[in-house]
Write a new protein. Structure first.
Length: 222
């Protein structure tokens, strides 16, 4: 316990940035590529970066062409893990660039931490987010027992530095998800905080994300 406490207190805080407006997806990827290189080369510290994108479909390394039903928005192939997902206004995307060599060189444990970050964030709005074996993302059980995805994950690791991250549906246009098979899962739908009857603002969600991030990953700084 002592060694863990010392590690947490001596590690520099994670830089925390919230970008206003809509960030084009290619710009975000270019930024992450540059920041990851800087972290690997010890020219920059760790970063949690919250953004919002214009409507876009992104294809992970496991994406199947058959899961792109209607390319109504730009489609980008990306190096993150996973399949097709949608990003757009009303969805908070959290890109996380952490040095796992300085933390724990275990990608599976890191993914569990990302899931825990989302679960703790949702709990602050009295929403029970759950993991499901064989299904990526965070799920909620609706009245009647239907399960919908409320948050997605997709990560990439280079030289033990992470990038890409998570997306949480706050109040996106859920019909935009119908152009793809989200994460390759046909038998379940998607939802959002607004769809669950919670009219929270993006600023509210950012505060909850910050609180939960601190609890899971450690201290942050502007």
């Amino acid at each position: 316990m002592l060694s863990k406490t010392l590690t947490q207190t001596t590690r520099p805080p994670v830089e925390w940035q919230v970008l206003e407006g809509l960030t084009p997806y290619p710009d975000a990827v270019a930024f992450m590529e540059d920041r990851v290189a800087a972290i690997v080369e010890k020219r920059a510290g760790e970063l949690a970066w919250l953004v919002e994108h214009p409507p876009v479909y992104t294809a992970g390394t496991s994406a199947k062409d058959s899961d792109l039903i209607d390319a109504r928005f730009p489609v980008f192939k990306t190096g993150r893990g996973g399949q097709f997902t949608y990003h757009g206004p009303g969805q908070r995307v959290g890109y996380v660039m952490l040095d796992l060599k300085r933390r724990k060189a275990d990608v599976r444990a890191y993914v569990r931490d990302l899931e825990e970050w989302l679960i703790r964030t949702l709990a602050q709005f009295n929403v029970k987010g759950e993991r499901r074996a064989g299904r990526v993302g965070i799920w909620v059980v609706r009245p009647g027992g239907r399960e919908d995805k409320i948050a997605a994950l997709g990560v990439r690791v280079r030289h033990w530095v992470t990038f890409h991250g998570v997306s949480l549906n706050v109040e996106p246009n859920l019909s935009h998800f119908s152009g793809i098979v989200p994460c390759g899962i046909r038998e379940h739908g998607v939802t959002s905080l607004a769809d669950l009857g919670l009219p929270v603002t993006m600023a509210d969600v950012d505060v909850a994300l910050h609180n939960a991030f601190h609890a899971v990953f450690g201290s942050t700084a502007p």
